[in-house]
Design a protein around this ligand. Sequence first.
Ligand code: UDP
Length: 335
Amino acid sequence: MNREEIEEIIRNLGDIPTRIEGKSVLVTGGAGFLGSWICEVLVEQGAKVICLDNLVSGLKSNIYPLMDKANFTFIQHDITQPIFFDEPLDIIMHLASRASPFEFEKYPIQILKANTLGILVALGIAKKHKARFLYTSTSEVYGAATEIPTSEEYRGNVNPIGQRSCYDEAKRCGESYVIAYKMEHGLDVRIARIFNTYGPRMRAEGVYGRVISRFVEQALSNKPITIFGDGTQTRSFCYVTDQIEGLLRLAFVEDGSGTVVNIGNDEEITILELAKVIKELTKSKSEMEFHPLPKDDPQRRKPDITKAKEILGWVPKVRLREGLERTIRYFREKK
Ligand code: UDP
């Protein structure tokens, strides 16, 4: 299944794959959910890939299929610590960061470090190698957005001392570093603001779980589906193949320096409706179980993706039900 989806991404990338071949790319967080998909497409397309990961939330199993490839190197390393490369590097993709709200509570300092100290190290590597730099930022820079759909112009409504502050503010700081390196050193930089993304390799267990992976696992084992709040809050979920296509388009588009762009799907759904769809698709006997809403949980989230369509020629292609079916198949096979 994975093989087919990698081929699907490559097909959807149009003429981008010809630009990938022969490039040296450093991917931080390369063993994570999104990082490992990126590495796989890049390796498949003949890039020379160095994958860096400290494996605190990434998994070696995500990159096992790549380990014996001549054009893939894995280095277990924490990007907040200096690291030097002698060989030339063309592109740095900085994905390293924990990203789950449960982790925000448990590991706020690691999250702050990955997006401040970590990005500083990654930008230093880019500067030395005169490499292009892509930063995976987040819809969380908008906080509890008051403009829906939210465009890149919106400046955010973030609680600097709230439960999500470590992630929101760190990502905002990360963006600031990226822009500073462009201004002061003329670095070619691009920022993707990623909206909720789901699919195979997303973790479901413990602090790593996100709403879709948790609901699918709960439904498949007929355990209660845990809805936080009354479930009227919304999210707009992007399937992983679409997200990876968007990120690679942004990384490889010509004359893209300074681009800041939302990458997500604009099909909005309430969490309660999402739970019902997952229950239906899995034919589960699970009950709905209501829990208190975490503090500062945004009530609505939906990207304006006009800019991504215009400058990247990118549109999300996988509808929610289709993506959920694929994700459910993955979790079933994993069991
Ligand atoms: N959520 C939920 N039940 C869960 C996990 C999450 O109702 O078991 C809700 C959560 O409160 C939020 C939404 O689902 O409103 C998305 O949560 P997720 O952890 O995926 O990430 P977020 O979009 O909040 O960063």
